[in-house]
Each structure stands twice: as structure tokens, then as C-alpha cells.
Ligand binder design. Structure first.
Ligand SMILES: Cc1cc2nc3c(=O)[nH]c(=O)nc-3n(C[C@H](O)[C@H](O)[C@H](O)COP(=O)(O)OP(=O)(O)OC[C@H]3O[C@@H](n4cnc5c(N)ncnc54)[C@H](O)[C@@H]3O)c2cc1C
Length: 497
């Protein structure tokens, strides 16, 4: 006979009561949420197709409070999902069932700016754009610029190793930070990296960057700042064929030019964006490229001339160079608003994030066109072409379950094609829960075991953001991506579904 305490709902309620009772004395009243109407805004991140309610949400205001919260969760063995602004697109900040969301939203102070050393010490909840705004009067800015920079936090950027338009020339988040302070699952506060150009020992900061909240909770970041260039201009080039546009990207880099930004949009994307922000795009072109140059006026003039020549030789049918800062920003406004523009023309969209060697851009775009027919769904492409970082946006209606399943299959097909073309299943949005199955395709069993080894060194009980980013052996077996040699099924002891 089942007793009342065997009832799963009662068990969850008991667990929640236990957690709330332990956390209440540690946090101000407004910094602990557990009623469904308060926790529902945290049930997903930017990937709204996946949702899960947490047991509770803690919003500590100091590092000491965050340490105390982590210690409670460690003692009670409650999983923790660190959360920044929740703009992630791979479900990284989505809660774990029966877990706690640890929001860093209240850590939003810029603690110190050093214009001589060109560094700033910031708390993890500081918005990416707020850093550049705070240092603008020194003629400096923070270079990595995700399109979500108005909202996303630096803690999220570090955890995802985020990129943006300027990362081709200036590097990703990893290349623009010096030091990270973080809390381990034991509650110990540690620092990774150094203010000096190189730190002795193993480079643990690089392991923390892009670790998707699975290794430690970041509480402080020292970012590098760069001088604002004297001038920037952008070329908008039109192509009558996506293949020519893709090949032009490879040709620019092959010519030894590293533009400050090199982005591509296909016709579906330019049309959606143009209706939304009127950026002045050529909506008849099959593809457009935006190629930015920055530096002194002389450097910019020379680079614009060289890029124009390469673009013409690659078959550009129209070339327009921004003639003022206002026009440059107008050209970029379209690219920066491409995701919201997708949201205007489709009930839902599914943003993929694969990376391929630049010379295969045209091949992948053609393959995506075939997949549109196969899955009977539309897809628009807008991406960091210079980095080969593709962002196909699959348009679908989430209230139609069949469409959602087709969108998921379409997405996996794209990512696996990226791997086939020598690329990877993620560029800058992380693995989260969204791409966890595709990790089985990209990495061998021994590589995945190494990832688990690193995770165990930081978090032996797997309490920090578990079930994200690294697939278990069972999951890969279920996904059917383990190699079968001579008819012998590896790991016959594993449960198959
Ligand atoms: C419209 C739109 C455009 C976007 N464009 C880009 C783009 O151009 N480039 C790009 O790279 N991304 C882009 N993104 C994705 C997203 O904005 C980035 O991944 C961003 O870095 C997430 O930051 P966040 O503060 O929202 O983090 P969240 O979504 O809250 O969290 C992301 C991950 O980081 C972990 N995390 C967050 N804070 C901490 C912390 N303090 N300590 C430990 N772990 C933590 C979470 O557990 C989670 O795994 C875009 C998203 C949207 C919605």
C-alpha cells in the first residue's frame, strides 16, 4: 500500500519546504522565491520550447550570501542552476527538476575601472553593453558584442564564451578577460587567471570559460578594454547567388584581410529585417554581406578599397559603403534585429548555432535549402560569416506538435551536417540541453569521459547544472550514436529505450 509520503507531489513539496526553511535565514525576504507565480518567469531561458519549474529561486545580493546558499544546496544535495539574464538560446539556464535557480541578477556593480591598464572589474550581473557605456568617456569599450548585448550579462557571456560581430578581429569572451572569481560547489571562493599576461600552472580560467555553469558560480570578472577606433565604415555587398556570397567570405580572409565584422544574411532574412527596421537592405539580392573596417582614416580607406576589389571579383552585383556613422549604425541595426524580425513573421523560431570552415558556407546553405523541402519548414540564415558561425533560424508554430518535432529534426540535421563538413555543433550559444544529443555525434566516448573527469574534479556530486552540456553514456546509447563494430553492441549493460 502506498503511503502519502510516496506520492511524488508530496515528496516535491517536502523537498521544497526543506530547502526554503534552510535558505530563509540566509537571504533577505525578497531574495527568495518559491510560490509558482513568482518562480514561473524563471522556467525557461531564451529557448522557450523547453520549460521546467524549479523548487525555488535565490537572488543573493552579496558573495557571502551566495556562498551560504551553495553550502545549503551541497548539504541537501539539491542541484543548482546559475542564471544571468536568461537570454541563452540553448536551455543552459533552464531549471533542473527539483533544483534551485541561483540568479546573479543582483550582482550588477562595476567595481573598478582602470583606464591606464585598460581593465574593468565587474560583477557577473552587469550587462555587456553597460560596460562599454561606463568606459566610453575614457575612449574605451569592451569588444565582444553579442546581438543580445543590451540585456545579456557578463557572467552569462563568460559561461558561454559568447561572441559577436566584432569577435572576428578582437576575439571571443575568452580573449577579452583576464581574471575570474568564482564559488566552487564546496563554498570555497577561488580566483582563476591573473592580471599579468600569463599565469603559471594549468590554465584553469580557459576551462571555466564556456563551462555553462557546470563548474563554478562566477562572482567577479576582470575584463580587458580596447580603445575606440577613430573611424569605422561598413560595406554592404549584394549577390545574386548565395554560393557567390559564401565564397566571397572565404576570399576576403584568404586575401589576408581581417575585417572588424563580416556578416552574411540570405534573402529570407533581409526581407524579414527590412520590413521591421528599414535598414536599407537590398531585398532582391539572394544574399548580402556586411563587411566592416575600423582603424585610422587611412587604414580604413585602404581596407575598404581592398575589400571592394575582392567582393567585385567574387561576383558582387551591388556595393554600398556607409558614408556616415548614422548610416553605418543603420546597416548594422538590421543585422542586430534579425532575431526579433524572425519573431515578427513566425509564431516561433528555433535558432541553430553551428560552425563550419568558411570555405563550406555555400555547401551548407545549399544543404539547408534541401532540408527546407524535406522538413516542410522555412529557414532564414543570418550569421557571423567571417567565423563560419552559422545561425539558421527555423520558423515553426510551437502549438503544432508535429511542426515542433520537424523543427527539432531539422535542427539536428543542420548540426550533424556541420560536423560532416568539418565543423562543430556549437559556435557561441553553448550546448545546454538543446544540443546535448549532438555531442554524442561530435565527440567519442573517451573524449566525453575526459569531460566528465573535469566535471568530477570541480563538482564530484554533479550538483552544478547537471544534465546539461555533457551527455551520459546512456543518453548517447539512447540516441543511437555509439559505434557498433562487428555486430558487438558496446555497453550491453546499459538500458536501451
Ligand atoms: C536575440 C538574441 C541574440 C543573441 N545573440 C548572440 C550573439 O550574437 N552571440 C552570442 O554569443 N550569443 C547570443 N545570444 C545568446 C545569449 O545572449 C548569450 O549566450 C549570453 O552570453 C547569455 O547571457 P545571459 O546573462 O543571458 O546568461 P543566461 O542565459 O542566464 O545563462 C547562460 C549560461 O551561463 C550560466 N551562467 C550564467 N551566469 C552565470 C554565473 N554567474 N556563474 C556561472 N554560470 C553562469 C547559466 O547556468 C547558463 O548555463 C543571443 C540571444 C538572444 C536572445
Amino acid at each position: 500500500m502506498n503511503t502519502l509520503t510516496d506520492n511524488p507531489i508530496t515528496q516535491i513539496k517536502n523537498r521544497q519546504a526543506q530547502l526554503v526553511k534552510a535558505l530563509k535565514p540566509l537571504l533577505p525576504e525578497h531574495a527568495l522565491l518559491w510560490e509558482p507565480e513568482d518562480t514561473i518567469p524563471y522556467e525557461c531561458d531564451g529557448l522557450a520550447a523547453y520549460r521546467q519549474m524549479p523548487l525555488a529561486v535565490a537572488l543573493p545580493e552579496t558573495e557571502a550570501q551566495a556562498v551560504a546558499v551553495i553550502k545549503v544546496c551541497q548539504n541537501l544535495e539539491i542541484p543548482i542552476v546559475p542564471r544571468g539574464a536568461g537570454t541563452g538560446l540553448s536551455g543552459g539556464a533552464m531549471p533542473i527538476a527539483q533544483g534551485l535557480v541561483l540568479s546573479l541578477a543582483k550582482f550588477k556593480k562595476i567595481l573598478h575601472i582602470d583606464p591606464i591598464a585598460r581593465t574593468a572589474v565587474v560583477q557577473p550581473g552587469v550587462r555587456n553593453l553597460a560596460i562599454s557605456e561606463a568606459v566610453a568617456h575614457h575612449g574605451l569599450y569592451y569588444a565582444p558584442d553579442p546581438s543580445s548585448q543590451i540585456a545579456c550579462s557578463i557572467g552569462g557571456n563568460v559561461s558561454e564564451n559568447s561572441g559577436g560581430v566584432h569577435c572576428l578581429k578582437y576575439g571571443l569572451t575568452l580573449h577579452n578577460i583576464l581574471k575570474v572569481r568564482a564559488i566552487l560547489i564546496s563554498g570555497e571562493v577561488v580566483e582563476f587567471g591573473s592580471l599579468a599576461p600569463d599565469a603559471p600552472g594549468l590554465d584553469l580560467m580557459s576551462i571555466l570559460v564556456g563551462s555553462e555553469g557546470m563548474l563554478a558560480v562566477i562572482t567577479e570578472v576582470v575584463v580587458k578594454l580596447v580603445p575606440k577606433p577613430q573611424l569605422a565604415q561598413v560595406i554592404m555587398a549584394s549577390f545574386d547567388d548565395v554560393e557567390k556570397g559564401g565564397n566571397a567570405v572565404a576570399a576576403i580572409v584568404a586575401a589576408g584581410i581581417i575585417p572588424a565584422g563580416l556578416e552574411m544574411m540570405d534573402k529570407a532574412a533581409t526581407r524579414a529585417v527590412e520590413e521591421f527596421v528599414h535598414a536599407g537592405y537590398d531585398i532582391n539580392a539572394e544574399a548580402i554581406l556586411l563587411c566592416e573596417s575600423d582603424g585610422t582614416p587611412e587604414e580604413v580607406a585602404e581596407e575598404i578599397e581592398r575589400m571592394t576589389e575582392v567582393l567585385k571579383n567574387s561576383g558582387a552585383i551591388r556595393i554600398q559603403v556607409s558614408q556616415s556613422e548614422a548610416e553605418r549604425l543603420k546597416f548594422w541595426s538590421g543585422r542586430k534585429n534579425a532575431f526579433p524580425a524572425a519573431g515578427r513573421i513566425s509564431a516561433d523560431y528555433y535558432c541553430m548555432d553551428g560552425t563550419i570552415p568558411r570555405q563550406h558556407i555555400a555547401t551548407l546553405l545549399k544543404r539547408i535549402q534541401d532540408m527546407e523541402k524535406k522538413y516542410q519548414l522555412r529557414c532564414m540564415n543570418v550569421f557571423h560569416a567571417g567565423d563560419g558561425n552559422m545561425h539558421p533560424l527555423i520558423l515553426f508554430n510551437g502549438s503544432d506538435e508535429d511542426e515542433w518535432h520537424r523543427a527539432e529534426a531539422f535542427g539536428s540535421d543542420i548540426l550533424e551536417t556541420c560536423v560532416e563538413l568539418g565543423g562543430t555543433i556549437t559556435g557561441e550559444h553553448g550546448v545546454g540541453i538543446e544540443k546535448i544529443n549532438s555531442m554524442c555525434v561530435q565527440f567519442s566516448e573517451s573524449e566525453r569521459e575526459l569531460f566528465w573527469g573535469v566535471k568530477a574534479a570541480f563538482d564530484p556530486k554533479k550538483l552544478l547544472n547537471p544534465d546539461k552540456a555533457i551527455p551520459t553514456l546512456n543518453r548517447c546509447a539512447e540516441y543511437g550514436r555509439m559505434r557498433i563494430t562487428g555486430g558487438a553492441l558496446p555497453h550491453p549493460e546499459l538500458e536501451r529505450f
